[in-house]
Design a protein around this ligand. Structure first.
Ligand code: SF4
Length: 316
């Protein structure tokens, strides 16, 4: 019998968002329709479990389209979005391609196009080299000014009296982004904002759910991936909102039991690209070693669904 008691505060909502669900479904449907292999440009979502599962089903992951060996096979672009040069290249190669860009990322693509039409200098709040940022910057010919923090805003060499516009990456820290927007508004006199917040509903809700329970937790565990922006933000939010320690768990089987020494309360969540099955498997692993009490409450119910694109729907 396990005598070490641990309360698990399970954040809700957590795990897969509507954009990730749709992207994975698109690969699965393409595999059903066209058989193996189906190429996928970039990790369809930032999660090794998902990627390995799709590889087993017949997906081949590539970084660039020129790695495709058999041009007769379909290719899918990841949920993070791609620069316009990618579909252009696919057309040139005569490839059958499907775009799994999340509709909430596509919304930002349309925003930067509109701002460009209005000749506005555009600031993008986001992380250097993140695929979503590369995709957004590649929507227009004009250059976009990328800022990661308030210091970058200070360094911007743009006319303070000229109208400027900004957009953000979808998976940023809600709190930090507010501060960066404040710095933009302080520096520039006429700032045009996105019509609706660019940080998506899933990022916002997952961070909010962690904020609500973090201070109850001696250790907070985030199931996610090191290259996943929204996973890393959740780790930061847990720490900032009172968890004694917060840790990103990429491989649930390799967790270090020492973490739980003298610990009676942990928080647990999963990033928008981590499947619920990993959360449940991890809880089962803990049950074998500890006397677990599970405390869970979704602070908001999500009912967002994105349909797969018409082009793939017609094909299947
Ligand atoms: S995290 Fe947000 S923007 Fe990214 S795929 Fe999910 S819903 Fe879309």
């Amino acid at each position: 019998m396990n005598t070490h008691q641990i309360k698990i505060y399970l954040a809700g909502p957590r795990g897969f968002c509507a954009g990730v669900d749709r992207a994975i479904l698109m690969v699965e449907e393409a595999l059903k329709k066209y058989g193996n292999p189906v190429y996928v440009r970039h990790e369809i979502v930032h999660n090794k479990y998902v990627v390995e599962d799709l590889k087993e089903k017949g997906a081949i992951f590539i970084d660039e389209l020129n790695e495709i060996k058999d041009l007769s096979r379909p290719v899918i672009f990841s949920a993070h979005g791609v620069p316009k040069s990618v579909p252009d290249e696919a057309k040139n190669l005569n490839l059958l391609y499907f775009d799994a860009t999340c509709p909430l990322v596509s919304k930002i693509h349309r925003e930067v196009e509109n701002f460009e039409k209005q000749n506005l200098p555009i600031i993008l709040i986001g992380h250097h080299n993140h695929p979503e940022v590369i995709g957004t910057m590649g929507q227009i010919k004009s250059s976009i000014h990328l800022v990661e923090n308030e210091k970058d805003v200070e360094l911007l060499k743009l006319d303070k009296n000229k109208k400027i516009a900004y957009v953000t990456q979808t998976t940023l820290s809600v709190d930090e982004t507010k501060e960066i927007i404040k710095a933009i508004k302080k520096k520039f006199n006429d700032v045009i904002e996105p019509r609706k917040n660019d940080i998506c509903y899933a990022t916002t809700n997952r961070q909010e759910a962690v904020k609500k329970i973090a201070s109850n937790c001696e250790v907070f565990l985030v199931i996610g991936a090191y290259n996943s922006s929204n996973s890393i933000r959740l780790v930061e939010v847990a720490k900032k909102y009172g968890a004694g320690k917060s840790i990103l768990l990429e491989n649930i089987e390799q967790f270090d039991e020492k973490i739980f020494k003298n610990i009676n309360s942990i928080g647990l969540t999963a990033s928008a690209s981590a499947p619920e099955i990993l959360v449940q498997k991890f809880i089962e692993l803990l049950k074998k070693k500890f006397d677990i009490e599970l405390i869970q409450d979704d602070f908001i119910k999500e009912d967002v669904n994105f349909k797969i694109p018409q082009k793939l729907k017609e094909a299947i």
